[in-house]
Write a protein that binds this ligand. Structure first.
Ligand code: FAD
Length: 472
């Protein structure tokens, strides 16, 4: 008897509840991936995500072939493709792990209903989160809007699935026609992504290697170093988590093995960051309008500046003249990633000093990040812009120069990503416009003035905020 295991954003075999359900029922799994970006509404994956997905699917297919199975790829409408595969194989069951984006949830519910009505076994599982987004609620039964009580309640109800290892041999699936991976058009047509793959190995094996390297290295001292972009101080597991190449509970289990004296606090600190990811999914589930609209509705009256093409171009290209911002935007372009602290700094400049709407920044991140994730990206942007849950208040405006001095004290991160500034003495790399002669001598191509005078931008932001408060 056959069962369809519909893979979506759970591109792994270990800790894979849908695969496990098929095997436990004694069924032969048909591992199916349906390429249907048109079903994601306004949030079809961006270019960097597609480039990652291409390689992740490749890795998964190889892994399955090594085990005597295969990956069946099809493109089209999910419901129709599933119907076709069921008809062609005579499968009796369909299993998948849940996805939580507002655009595809109704689709999944409809598919489940239709197939069940036809007498098939259909089960969905949690494959992505430590807690289902609806599992935790305040004493009044309401969603949380503040992280600390959310996380406190999560820790009280802590229960994790046991890690599960997929068998080294899988039964052979039936021969069905599939689409060619290359035909899905996921790989970039021009090779702007070559630099990415010096940093990343998409797929389950790459995820486990990243975790091991983290557990042996940056985990020790994580709490102190996670904010410093000039070091490898974090796990860089976010794209692997986004694509479900590793389960968060497996990360917790592996790190718990390192829970020795000395690292216990770092492990707890790290798991708390995973908690922010849980919180993001909780918020997206309860407030599905937030990718497009302010969670804090007062900001619907905020006087954003008009969309400014030249400003946005400078920000995107890393040519604002503010080195820490330019370094971040260039890291993003070159690697598909940006350090969390720097994400906050570039987002703050855009939404406060430059008063461009946070949605514009969120969309650029969506296209360029390999870890672009609707829940996390929405939370991140609304948090920085001050429009979201438990957000940094709008009036708290980061000074990018002070931030850089504090978190990149040797300006090593700046020198790495804005190499034309590396010839300046460290002390001059944070605000090079204050050293015009050095700038002219060593970095003639770099902007001689910041895109906005920082004190002026801050004042304008605070004035705009005061106007909004007066109006609401
Ligand atoms: P680590 O420090 O090793 O953290 C471990 C994991 O915890 C991460 O992989 C991630 O899954 C989770 N995590 C950590 N911090 C956060 C956070 N603040 N919010 C939610 N989850 C978190 N993260 C994304 O995965 N996708 C996004 O699209 C995204 N957009 C962001 C946009 C902005 C403006 C900001 C400020 C943050 C955004 N983040 C996003 C959160 C965070 O920057 C990244 O998760 C983190 O930098 C990933 O690096 P890491 O895996 O080395 O993190």
């Amino acid at each position: 008897e056959y069962a369809v295991v519909w893979l979506r954003r759970d591109l792994r075999l270990d800790d894979q509840p849908a695969l496990r359900a098929a095997l436990d029922a004694g069924q032969v799994p048909i591992l199916l991936y349906i390429h249907a970006p048109h079903e994601e509404g306004r949030w079809a994956p961006g270019a960097a995500s597609d480039a990652w997905l291409h390689r992740s699917l490749q890795a998964l297919r190889e892994d399955l072939r090594k085990r005597g199975s295969d990956l069946l790829l099809r493109q089209g409408d999910s419901a129709e493709v599933l119907e076709a595969v069921i008809a062609e194989s005579g499968a009796q069951a369909v299993y998948w792990t849940r996805k939580y984006e507002p655009a595809t949830q109704p689709r999944d519910a409809a598919i489940k209903r239709t197939l069940r009505e036809r007498g098939l076994t259909v089960e969905s599982f949690n494959g992505t989160l430590l807690f289902e987004p609806w599992e935790l609620a305040t004493q009044q039964g309401a969603p949380y809007k503040v992280f600390t009580p959310f996380w406190r309640s999560a820790l009280k109800q802590w229960h994790l699935p046991e890690p599960w290892q997929a068998p080294s041999r899988l039964p052979a699936p039936p021969t069905l026609h599939g689409d060619d991976l290359d035909a899905l058009g996921l790989a970039p047509k021009r090779d702007w992504d070559t630099g990415f793959w010096e940093h990343w190995q998409p797929g389950e094996a790459g995820a486990h290697e990243m975790l091991e390297a983290f557990a042996d290295g940056a985990l020790h001292g994580y709490r102190q170093q996670r904010d410093q972009p000039d070091r490898i101080g974090t796990s860089r597991l976010s794209p692997h988590l986004h694509f479900g190449e590793i389960a968060p509970w497996r990360i917790c289990a592996e790190l718990a093995r390192h829970h020795r004296a000395g690292t216990a606090a770092d492990v707890d600190g790290y798991i708390r960051e995973l908690g922010w990811r849980e919180f993001a999914y909780h918020l997206l589930h309860h407030f599905p309008h937030t990718p497009a609209r302010n969670l804090d509705a007062r900001f619907d009256h905020f006087p954003w500046a008009a969309r400014d093409a030249a400003t946005l171009r400078a920000w995107r290209q890393g040519r604002t003249g503010i080195p820490i911002v330019d370094a971040g935007m260039r890291e993003l372009w070159a690697t598909g990633f940006m350090h969390n602290r720097v994400r906050m700094i570039v987002a703050s400049l855009l939404t406060k000093h430059l008063r461009q709407h946070w949605r514009i920044g969120a969309r650029w991140f969506w296209d360029t990040l390999v870890d672009a994730d609707l829940a996390n990206n929405t939370l991140g942007w609304q948090w920085v812009a001050g429009t979201g849950a438990d957000a940094a208040p709008y009036f708290r405006v980061f000074n990018p120069v002070t931030q850089a001095r504090r978190f990149d004290p040797q300006a090593r991160y700046i020198a790495r990503w804005v190499p034309e500034l590396a010839a300046l003495p460290v002390a001059q790399r944070f605000a090079p416009w204050e050293h015009p002669q050095a700038l002219a001598a060593h970095a003639p191509g770099y902007p001689t003035a910041p895109i906005i005078e920082l004190a002026e931008g801050r004042e304008a932001a605070l004035t705009a905020y005061a106007r909004m408060r007066a109006a609401s």
